[in-house]
Design a protein around this ligand. Structure first.
Ligand code: NAP
Length: 284
């Protein structure tokens, strides 16, 4: 990809905000896998190319990922949409505001755009929803959501007072793991909950795939750009690939502009058939 798109594709959330269809993950950032300066450059490259949403969590490197993101954002004129997550072990009435304050401090910001419960566990959902709502009213988070919730979990959440305020469900979704297409993705669409696809490159599992490579070659794009264009093809899913390598970030950002043809989609359906029955939610 040579330069930033004039208007990268966006996904409109139920609260009216529009976020870029491709954001950036950070699970392994800030922990020495690459030099910190390189990871910061990678994040800034992604921002410049329209991937202005950053996903993190207090769990990632025990706060080191949030710290690195804070450094990367230092002096950056236009702040990205920031998502962080609370661990289930902190997900109580007292634990949630404490964890949120610590994340804000590490990121060097006064407000999160989205705060997610990382996975089921912790206090009862009533307590989690009430604590998230308090944070929202206090202006520390703009909105909240969940992660790794299957249909049954979402239905339980919908029975909790205020549970239907949940804005996003972040789940594992990539061309090699399509189980959510059977029931969870339609459920989320019906209830106006945006799906955020984590590990959209299969946590590296898709990197050597021959079908993605062949399609990429025809478009003059990397296989990863094809995997990402596939993940965001419906216009209502946000994907959050991670990279600490600027050149990879550029390859991935090309997924924003890549339009897959019907023949490409059919080839991917043959290589990675969609689900025909309920599958338990895939998690990492
Ligand atoms: N909510 C949850 O429970 C949950 C669980 C897992 C992940 N997540 C989120 O989702 C994000 C992404 O998931 P993920 O980290 O599992 O996996 P991923 O984004 O599917 O894959 C990341 C891996 O692919 C490599 N990579 C990226 N672009 C590449 C390219 N163009 N060419 C070659 N290699 C490339 C990266 O290495 P380089 O750094 O060298 O590019 C990294 O090792 C996480 O960072 C996290 O924010 C959330």
């Amino acid at each position: 990809m040579s330069g930033p798109l004039a208007s990268p594709p966006r996904v409109r959330l139920r609260d009216g905000r529009a976020v870029p269809a491709l954001g950036m993950g950070s699970w392994n950032l800030g922990q020495g896998r690459h030099p910190a300066a390189q990871e910061i450059e990678a994040l800034r490259t992604g921002l410049a190319l329209g991937m202005s949403l950053v996903d993190t969590a207090e769990m990632y490197g025990d706060g080191k990922s949030e710290q690195l993101i804070g450094q990367a954002l230092h002096g950056v004129h236009k702040r990205p949409f920031l998502v962080s997550k609370v661990l289930p072990s902190h997900a109580t009435a007292r634990g949630i505001p404490r964890a949120c304050d610590a994340s804000l401090e590490r990121l060097g910001v006064e407000r999160l755009d989205l705060y997610l419960l990382h996975w089921r566990g912790g206090g009862p959902l009533e307590e989690v929803v009430a604590a998230f709502e308090k944070l929202r009213q206090a202006g520390k988070i703009a909105d909240w959501g969940v992660s790794n919730f299957d249909v049954e979990d979402m239905e339980e959440l919908w029975r909790v007072p205020g549970g239907e305020r949940c804005l996003v469900n972040q789940v594992l979704y990539h061309v090699g793991s399509r189980g959510i297409e059977f029931d969870l993705l339609p459920w989320c669409r019906r209830h106006h909950v945006a799906v955020m696809a984590y590990s959209p490159l299969g946590s590296r599992a898709l990197l050597g795939d021959a079908t993605l490579a062949r399609i990429g070659q025809a478009h003059g794009a990397a296989p990863t750009a094809v995997a990402l264009a596939w993940a965001i093809r419906s216009g209502d899913v946000v994907a959050i690939p991670e990279s600490g390598t600027p050149a990879h970030m550029r390859e991935n950002a090309a997924g924003l502009a890549l339009e897959l043809t019907d023949a490409d989609l059919a080839a991917l359906d043959r290589a990675f058939p969609p689900p025909r029955r309920k599958q338990p939610l895939d998690v990492l």
